[in-house]
Design a protein around this ligand. Structure first.
Ligand code: IVH
Length: 695
């Protein structure tokens, strides 16, 4: 015997949990924190474990999934689950053709008023019949052949937005709700990311994800898949007093019972309303949180639906009006490589032509090497290609079963393109970067426009008037191939360009001429070396003093520069290792680009050469920056934290954990006076006559 108090508690827990479920999964407005929900859930689980007599078909504890099945029992549908006719014409004419047929079959003439329609989305998932008896979900079945489906009750109970009990005081004896189980795109992405992290197989697309989960024999696995449900109609109904007279009112009432109904639906008059809905949804299709493959139009009044009746297995009162599919299957005939504006080499699948998303697609991006590896795309593979909206078509996944035998080799960008396909410069993949890049930044035609705009920008060579419109023209007409060519442009050439008056051409010539006199820092920045921003360019100029010293710098010398780490050092080395870039630099100098040079910071001979110091606390007479400058001027390096490699800790007032750590590691500790003493014995590092201007 279950004590009355336990029975009451179990009932109240079930109600409360289902209320939170509905708020979370249907209304999208959580009412309690997850932890609190879990607590209620566990309390109910414990009660049910203690009192097996408590078992109930509408208990939320069933949502976690029960015992695996040997197979699904067949379910004969009381009312057949029909399919709907698909309007073949994907343009607005499809909606008009449907309206014309309906009017003809209803015997309406031109003078009769327009027919009222309900228009809704065509969800892309799996059709399901939910059978509620006395308001309790007793069975869920797939469509099957329309007459007989499969009993998937256990799995469907794991779908949180499916109510286990209808929110009704006097429920009909039987109410069958029909609708679609689907998977939201964000849930699909999240689930796949988790699977991949765990090294498990990912789902092909949301539709397969939904259909596959419901057909899972182990409900506990189905419970782990994030599924959703939308109702779009009814099956068998018994004892429903005051049942609505239209389709749209029925959906409203279902929503009031706690059944999820999609808000994206309208009721409208005549073909115009259908066309408007079709076009409106098409424009917003990619912003919807789930996939649809079209819209559905239904005659709204049930009495008219009955008049229209059925044609073999399809109702005459409804039609599906599809959109072009966004995913199709095709074969990868080759894999090419494209060079982007920033020099990134993007692998591109060359495809057997396929009509997808409304256009014929022959190329789809593979993004980068990591993506190729993750999806394991090979030449000869059959793949799913997606083109949604204006987004570049992409290869979504490979259908492994169709891979030719023997298996084609894996594709490797560096192997297929050891040099840039555009300019022949060598390519590199920097540590921590997904992209393989061309190093011929100044020379590569693919990067020309970007390189030129950067070169001319205000903080680089500062050539006023050389903006993107002009760069487009200069490059497109073949007048400028690299930044060095800018210095060969004359008045006549410039004045001949579109939208160039004599006056602005003369101004530009003057700006180009003026830019020749610059600083080393600006010049280094203008080269557009990857990962070398303005500040690093200044530091490099200060450290090395001359361009030739920078070009000749070894990795350890680069690493000695403030804020230059292994990635920046590698970028610099790679840039100057590319002969094409050196050639452009030489031509720029020959064209007259010049800057004052110095002998740089002779760190190798400085008193602190090769030493690493750390600053902490407040020094009485020196700011942090001043101390850093003095140390660097003496060839030392200032690091941010104390380690075994630290030679000296310079500690001021209020020194904290760094001091303690230095003590612990046995690092020598100096105060300001100690630091100055070390610097004082040194000869001045800066050479007389070194420019004091901007580095
Ligand atoms: S009504 C008698 N409405 O499309 C009409 N079906 O062939 C029954 N579908 O697999 C269907 N969204 O699961 C209807 N808003 C919607 C729908 C919809 C998707 C699916 C349905 C079935 C197919 C109809």
């Amino acid at each position: 015997m279950v004590p009355a108090a336990v029975l009451a508690r179990a009932r109240s827990l079930r109600q409360e949990i289902e209320r939170h479920n509905h708020a979370y999964y249907v209304l999208d407005t959580p009412t309690i924190p997850d932890a609190e929900y879990d607590r209620l859930f566990r309390e109910l689980q414990a009660l049910e474990a203690e009192y097996p007599e408590l078992a109930a078909r509408d208990s939320p504890t069933l949502r976690v999934g029960g015992q695996p099945l040997d197979g699904f029992a067949p379910v004969r549908h009381a009312v057949p689950m029909l399919s709907i006719r698909t309007e073949t014409d994907t343009t607005a004419a499809g909606a008009r053709a449907f309206d014309a047929r309906v009017r003809k079959e209803l015997g309406l003439t031109e003078t009769d008023p327009p027919v009222e329609y309900a228009a809704e989305l065509k969800f892309d998932g799996l059709a399901i019949n939910l059978r509620y008896q006395q308001g309790v979900l007793v069975q869920a079945a797939t469509r099957g052949d329309g007459e007989t489906g499969e009993d998937v009750t256990q799995n469907v109970r794991t779908v949180h937005s499916v109510p286990l009990r209808l929110a009704l005081d006097a429920p009909p004896a039987v109410l069958e709700v029909r609708g679609e189980i689907y998977m939201r795109r964000d849930d699909f992405e999240r689930y796949n990311a988790k699977q991949r992290d765990a090294g498990k197989p990912a789902l092909v697309n949301p539709r397969n994800g939904a259909a596959g989960s419901i057909r899972q024999l182990d409900p506990r696995l189905a419970a782990q898949r994030p599924l959703s449900f939308y109702a779009y109609g009814l099956g068998e109904v018994q004892g429903w007093h005051d049942a609505p007279a239209t389709h749209s009112a029925t959906l409203d009432v279902l929503a009031a019972m706690g059944v999820p109904v999609c808000g994206e639906r309208v009721v409208g008059a005549g073909a115009d309303a259908l066309v408007a809905f079709h076009d409106d949804v098409e424009a917003r299709r990619d912003q919807l949180p789930f996939d649809i493959d079209g819209v559905v139009y239904k005659v709204n009044r049930f009495d008219l639906q009955r008049t229209l009746g059925f044609l073999t297995r399809e109702p005459r009162w409804a039609v599906a009006h599809k959109y072009p599919a966004q995913e199709e299957m095709t074969v990868v005939e080759a894999i090419g490589v494209q060079v982007g504006r920033t020099g990134a080499l993007t692998p591109v699948a060359r495809l057997a032509p396929v009509f997808v998303g409304g256009v014929t697609v022959t190329n789809a991006t593979l993004h980068n090497q990591d993506e190729i590896d993750r999806k394991d795309v090979r030449v000869g593979d059959t793949v799913i290609v997606r083109r949604a909206g204006d987004v570049i078509p992409e290869v979504v996944s490979v259908i492994r079963e169709r891979r030719p035998q023997p298996e084609p080799p894996r594709f490797d960008i560096m192997q297929s393109s050891p040099v840039c396909p555009e300019c022949g410069s060598h390519v590199v993949r920097l540590q921590g970067e997904a992209a393989v890049r061309c190093t011929g930044g100044l020379y590569c035609p693919a990067q020309r426009k970007q390189a030129l705009l950067h070169f001319a920008s205000r903080r680089a060579m500062d050539i006023e008037g050389l903006g993107d419109k002009l760069v487009d023209q200069l490059v497109d007409r073949g007048l400028v191939h690299s930044p060095a060519d800018v210095y060969g442009l004359d008045l006549a050439t410039l004045a001949g360009l579109d939208r160039m008056a004599e006056k602005s051409a003369a101004n530009l010539v003057a700006a180009i001429e003026a830019s020749k006199t610059t600083t080393l820092a600006r010049f280094i920045f203008a080269l557009g070396i990857r990962n070398v921003g303005e500040t690093t360019a200044k530091d490099l100029a200060r450290q090395f003093g001359t361009l030739d010293a920078l070009i000749a710098a070894k990795e350890d010398e680069l690493l000695a520069v403030r804020d230059v780490g292994p990635i920046v050092a590698a970028s610099i080395l790679q840039f100057f290792a590319e002969p094409h870039n050196l050639d452009v630099v030489r031509r720029l100098r020959e064209a007259g680009v010049n800057w004052p040079e110095s002998s740089g910071l002779q760190q190798s001979t400085g008193r602190l050469a090769g030493k690493t110091l750390v600053l902490t606390g407040t020094l009485p007479g020196l700011t942090r920056d001043a101390a850093r400058d003095r140390i660097e001027a003496a060839g030392g390096k200032v690091a941010g934290s104390v380690s075994k490699k630290t030679d000296f800790l310079v500690a001021g007032e209020d020194a904290g954990s760094k001091l303690a750590k230095a003590h612990a590691l046995g690092v020598m500790i100096l105060d300001e006076a100690g630091l100055l003493a070390m610097l004082d014995v040194d000869k001045p590092d800066r050479q007389p006559g070194q420019p004091d201007c901007e580095f």
